[in-house]
Design a protein around this ligand. Structure first.
Ligand code: E4P
Length: 222
């Protein structure tokens, strides 16, 4: 399973790249606006991200009509070869998806909350479908059940659309996504670094080193 970072913060993305952890990046208008602040240029931030990470970088349109989404999507795609245009799961968004795919531009269909939406995205030739598991869990629904249903439906008909688990809240979402065979999980920086953590690893390392340090100094080198 590929791991993407769900962030537009250049510092966080650099840290994840240095840790050798990520295969791609997803951004959204909220994340980009936060990263740009009052003075930054979102387009420049996207350009910098595409330089830092060779994998797929999702950049979302902010238009709501097919026509405008196409214009924005084509502009975003010009930033770099690894840009994936993100469109919302609306009738206009799926129409834009079909046209962009016909132009060989990769598309991530976002804000997916039901299996029928995912079926329509696959029939529109989406490169990725993004089910938002955390936001479903937040309303006492079951995000991972949706992922399971989408994977089953896509397998039944051999759709090429990749399942990109989004709105991840904790490491167990990653475990469940991997057990279900999702193609990608996009992970917020905090959760990405939590994937390393286990108290028994820290405790074990501490006691190994303490025991080793009981040896006389001149025999500790390896
Ligand atoms: C995915 O592409 C979205 O950017 C993201 O996962 C949304 O997550 P949130 O529900 O934590 O905002």
């Amino acid at each position: 399973m590929k791991l993407f970072i769900d962030s537009a913060d250049l510092g966080e993305i650099r840290r994840a790249v240095d840790a050798g952890l990520i295969d791609g990046v997803t951004t959204n208008p909220t994340l980009l606006a936060r990263s740009a602040g009052a003075e930054g240029d979102p387009r420049e931030i996207l350009r910098e991200i595409t330089r830092l990470v060779p994998g797929d970088i999702s950049a979302e349109v902010v238009a709501t009509s097919t026509e405008e989404m196409l214009r924005e999507g084509r502009e975003l795609a010009k930033i770099a070869d690894n840009i994936v245009v993100k469109v919302p799961l609306t009738p206009d968004g799926l129409a834009a998806c079909r046209k962009l795919r016909a132009e060989e531009i990769k598309v991530n269909v976002t804000l997916c909350f039901s299996p029928t939406q995912a079926l329509l995205a696959a029939k529109s030739a989406a490169t990725y479908i993004s089910p938002f598991v955390g936001r479903l869990d937040d309303i006492s629904s079951n995000g991972m059940l949706l992922v399971e249903q989408i994977i089953q439906i896509y397998q039944n008909y051999a759709f090429a659309t990749q399942v990109l688990v989004a709105s991840v809240r904790h490491p167990d979402h990653i475990v469940q996504a991997a057990l279900l065979g999702a193609d990608v999980a996009t992970v917020p920086p905090k959760v990405l670094f939590q994937l390393f953590d286990h108290p028994l690893t820290d405790k074990g390392l501490e006691s190994f080193l303490a025991d080793w340090n009981k040896l006389p100094k001149d025999r500790r080198g390896i």
